[in-house]
Design a protein around this ligand. Structure first.
Ligand code: ATP
Length: 411
């Protein structure tokens, strides 16, 4: 438990402008004591700005921040009592691990015995006993980041702020440190706000995620909520909906909509209310595009026409196959050039013709199909692989190219 615990920390309409740039707009968020919150979003979405506003390193240009009933955005960083861990560990290079960790305690003029005891406990927490006498330059990246974490938590801060702390580490260390940070968070009863652009990291560590885009909150929720029901296609993009393509709404019923993507019809679930004629973004995860075994397609009544409640079916040709352990990551193209990603245990080879099926409840329909990134526009050209999570702020208006995007497929 920390010495300056609070019940909740409330961000009330927090905003930050830099000249003409709105880096953060109207952030409303209540962080409960003991929560692990991840701020997630692509580069430039305002994550670090939000964290720095919380830390007191950046003054707000709108809103306020409250720790229970105490307004804290007016306080300088050192009076907020928060711990910070940055991407570049920012250790003192001429001090040993032990002295780096005890530095903050000494600044607080604690009795020597307390400094020694708390430092030893922090060193042990991050498993650096063997390295306590070394200089940072003699440590690996992961070990240095452990020192930075120990230095922050030794002060028993009421809130720990972490800005992409693992991004300089290799993949294996990142995985180890994720578990380590989560373990520390739990065992010390910390409250943590963690900035990352890595959705896997955020999903695996956080109690709740705040997805930002262009300075604005897209959605706040638990990993399960965001994973199952992303509210916008931007959130879906981060939550593994690697297939995002434009379509128009042709039918709306109680819980289903039918969309038309250049003649292919799919039934799906609307993430937000839509009406007939809306230009929408359709999202499907690669693992939800099911390969229909030969012969089963006809029995299944495969056709490109769907109606509310039915599954959508399409045919395509395999273009790329990547072996990924138990499964294959397969890229296919429809005859219209729509590029789709499929995860399947089926052994396919480039050039194979496949029939794919998607269940209606696995196909989400989002408003705003006219702002999908260019890589989702199936014009037959090789658009590269920029359509995945965090593919950047570039968007194209594809509405005018509607019928050309996914031309009528011959049934
Ligand atoms: P990254 O993951 O790349 O660190 P981020 O999501 O943390 O990105 P921020 O650093 O918060 O993004 O930046 C948000 C926006 O504010 C960006 O458009 C950025 O260019 C702008 N910005 C940030 N700091 C400043 C500054 N000191 N002066 C002017 N503009 C800034």
């Amino acid at each position: 438990m920390t010495d300056a615990a609070f019940r909740e920390l409330r961000l009330d309409g927090v905003g930050r402008r830099f000249g003409d740039t709105d880096a953060l707009v109207g952030l409303d968020l209540t962080i409960r004591q003991g929560e692990f919150i991840a701020l997630l979003g692509p580069s430039g979405c305002g994550k670090s700005t939000a964290l720095n506003c919380l830390a007191g390193l950046l003054p707000l240009t709108a809103g306020s921040i409250w720790q229970d009933d105490r307004r804290i955005d007016v306080l300088p960083p050192e009076r907020r009592g928060f711990g910070m861990v940055f991407q570049n560990y920012a250790l003192f290079p001429h001090l040993t691990v032990r002295r780096n960790i005890e530095f903050g305690l000494q600044m607080r003029r604690l009795p020597k015995a307390d400094v020694v005891r708390r430092t030893a406990a922090a060193v042990a927490l991050v498993h650096l006993e063997e390295h306590a006498g070394k200089l940072p330059g003699q440590l690996s990246g992961g070990q240095q980041q452990r020192v930075a974490i120990a230095r922050a938590v030794v002060l028993e801060p009421s809130l720990v702020l972490m800005d992409e702390p693992l991004s300089n580490l290799d993949a294996k260390l990142r995985l180890e440190m994720r578990t380590e940070i989560r373990r520390l968070h739990q065992s010390l009863g910390l409250t943590t706000v963690y900035v990352t652009h890595d959705q896997e990291e955020a999903l695996s560590m956080a109690d709740r995620l705040v997805v930002l885009r262009a300075g604005r909150v897209q959605q706040i929720g638990t990993a399960e909520e965001l994973h199952a029901r992303p509210r916008t296609w931007h959130v879906a993009d981060f939550m593994g909906f690697r297939n995002l393509f434009p379509a128009s709404v042709v039918e709306v019923s109680a819980e289903r909509v039918v969309v038309d993507a250049g003649g292919l019809r799919f039934a799906g679930v609307p993430a937000e209310p839509v009406t007939v004629g809306d230009w929408v973004a359709v999202g499907v995860r690669p693992e939800d595009l099911l390969v229909v075994p030969d012969g089963a397609a006809a029995a299944d009544g495969a056709s490109s026409a769907g109606s509310a409640g039915s599954a959508g079916v399409l045919t395509a040709t395999v273009s790329v196959v990547e072996y990924q352990g138990r499964e294959f990551a397969v890229e296919v193209r429809t005859t219209a050039g729509l590029r789709l990603h499929v995860r399947t245990p089926a052994r396919l080879v480039p050039g194979d013709g496949v029939t794919l099926r998607v269940e209606a409840d696995r196909l989400l329909v989002f408003p705003g199909g006219d702002h999908l990134p260019p890589a989702t526009a199936p014009l037959g050209e090789n658009t590269g692989d920029g359509g995945g999570a965090g593919s950047g702020p570039d968007v194209v208006d594809v509405r005018g190219r509607g019928s050309a995007l996914v031309p009528q497929e011959t049934p």
